[in-house]
Design a protein around this ligand. Structure first.
Ligand code: 4AD
Ligand code: MG
Length: 480
């Protein structure tokens, strides 16, 4: 019987239906000995082997079965004699859907550098590494929604274009449709944003937190998961100008409840990856092991990717205050030997990623949740502690990554918040609606932000954030 409906490769490989006819479509990874096609359709990291009979196949067709070409094959599923696969397809019909000129197609069946692949981001998803990462991104997005749904949280869409620039989380990108060659001016000579599309100055959001707090004051437990934008000139392997952030916000949670939720969430996501992304994780694990072998002994990872993920699921995170962390850092070897770029001399210093990584990777060798930071180095909305010096902030620090989550218990007391924004020079008019939440039925509440790409760095074991998002946006780079 003729197979008319396409079967996905994952289903052919997973089936026990040896002897059936299937129709499979995908892209050629390799074609060996004029006979063996390794075909992939992205449904799984594994290829199906199609075996063509070159004695009966048109030579012109055989020549067009090249790496990157898109083809359709029909044939019987048979047990495979080759090693590495259980079944293969004995091809009796083959159609070329899209040729890929072998002289011009940039991806060859060999190892390409990640830097080179970034230049061809429109094609890199056709490699094992990137298809594994894209599939895992999907799995983790799903896991985020599953976690919160199971806990009774509601997903809220917060605006991407924002009229509020008070968050202070980072430099913002302006949104305008004014004619940049001919800007309207006020009598004082400033740009007249009244003439702009929204009748005021607007930006791309750096965080959905302030808006999601409004929903929290009615639905109790909510979260937003959207794109966020920061115009900082940070050319690091941990920063993007456009990234996705998950921000839960919970009424009636104090900072300890907030820490508990953050830890539970990260463990849930990691566990989800271990349970649901086995083939992709195994591939990425082996990839990282191979890469590690190229490095000098002292730079090699102490654990493999899979070991790291299991370690995070199985161990409690360390919790300590900023003040305790400063003591550890002050007395640390790299501080005494002046090895840190920024030396820790006194309480109040902002922690740099070198300090965070020292705590996590050298001192505790575990994820760490730091809390109770000096109020002067944290955002205006964080709740002032009894000591009057610190706020109920928390950062979750991860090995190899540094800060993966930032959050806080929010200042719910109108007078305290008002005093704070006055001191920081934030006009109350800009935040009138946010202040209203403290006037009408205010409640203790907390929340945090998880950088989705930082999570992806952790679960994939990749070293550069540009490789865990399909089209990275970084300074001087917005190709595609
Ligand atoms: O610590 P941040 O700036 O916190 C906030 O924006 C709060 N409004 C969150 C909240 O409480 N609802 O950012 C949160 C997380 C960081 O811990 C980090 O994981 C990620 O967002 N992040 C970035 N990820 C990639 N590229 C960047 N430029 C990032 N900046 C922050
Ligand atoms: Mg932060």
């Amino acid at each position: 019987m003729e197979a008319k409906k396409r079967t996905k490769i994952i289903d052919v490989l997973g089936s026990t239906s040896v002897g059936t006819q299937v129709l499979v479509k995908g892209w050629v990874r390799t074609f060996r000995n004029n006979q063996f096609i390794a075909l992939n359709d992205g449904s799984t990291i594994n290829n199906i082997q199609g075996v063509v009979d070159f004695t009966t196949t048109d030579e012109k067709i055989l020549k067009r079965i090249t790496t990157g070409a898109c083809i359709s094959i029909t044939g019987e599923v048979v047990e495979s004699k080759g090693k590495g696969q259980s079944v293969e397809i004995k091809v009796d019909q083959l159609e070329i859907l899209g040729d890929a000129d072998a002289d011009k197609y940039p991806l060859q069946p060999k190892r390409h550098s990640l830097e080179f692949l970034r230049e061809i981001a429109h094609l890199r998803v056709r490699t094992n590494t990137f298809s594994a990462i894209y599939r895992m991104r999907h799995a983790m997005i799903f896991a985020v929604h599953k976690f919160f749904t199971e806990k009774g949280f509601f997903n809220i869409h917060t605006p991407i274009i924002t009229g509020s620039d008070a968050e202070g989380a980072g430099e913002m990108f302006k949104v305008t449709n004014l004619d940049l060659e001919n800007l309207p001016k006020t009598v004082e000579g400033h740009i007249d944003f009244k003439e702009d599309f929204f009748g005021k100055e607007t930006n791309l959001t750096v965080s959905g937190q302030l808006e999601v707090e409004t929903a929290c004051m009615a639905l109790s437990e909510v979260y937003t998961f959207g794109p966020t934008f920061r115009a900082e000139n940070s050319n690091t392997s941990r920063h993007l100008a456009e990234f996705w952030m998950i921000e839960p916000e919970m009424a009636f949670y104090d900072i300890n409840d907030n820490m508990d939720l953050a830890e539970e969430f990260l463990k849930y996501l990691t566990n989800y990856a271990l349970d649901n992304c086995k083939d992709d994780l195994e591939f990425l694990n082996n990839r990282a092991v191979e890469e590690d072998k190229q490095k000098p002994q002292q730079e090699r990872a102490e654990m493999t990717l899979l070991e790291r993920l299991k370690f995070v699921v199985e161990n409690d995170f360390v919790r300590l205050t900023y003040t305790e962390a400063i003591d550890i850092l002050k007395n640390s070897k790299p501080n005494k030997k002046k090895k840190f770029q920024y030396l820790i001399n006194e309480w109040g210093a902002d922690l740099q990623s070198e300090h965070e990584r020292y705590l996590v990777e050298k001192h505790f060798k575990k994820p760490v949740i730091l809390c109770d930071y000096p109020k002067d180095i944290k955002a205006f909305y964080m709740r002032l502690n009894e000591d009057g010096k610190t706020v109920a902030a928390m950062d979750v620090l991860f090995p190899g990554i540094g800060e993966i989550i930032g959050g806080a218990q929010r200042e719910e007391r109108y007078d305290v918040l008002k005093g704070k924004i006055e001191k920081m020079g934030i006009p109350e008019e800009d935040l009138w609606w946010y202040m209203d939440l403290r006037k009408f039925g205010s409640a203790p509440h907390s929340g945090f932000g998880l950088g989705f790409e930082r999570l992806m760095l952790f679960v994939t074991g990749m070293g550069n954030i540009r490789d865990v998002i399909p089209f990275p946006r970084t300074p001087d780079n917005a190709e595609f």
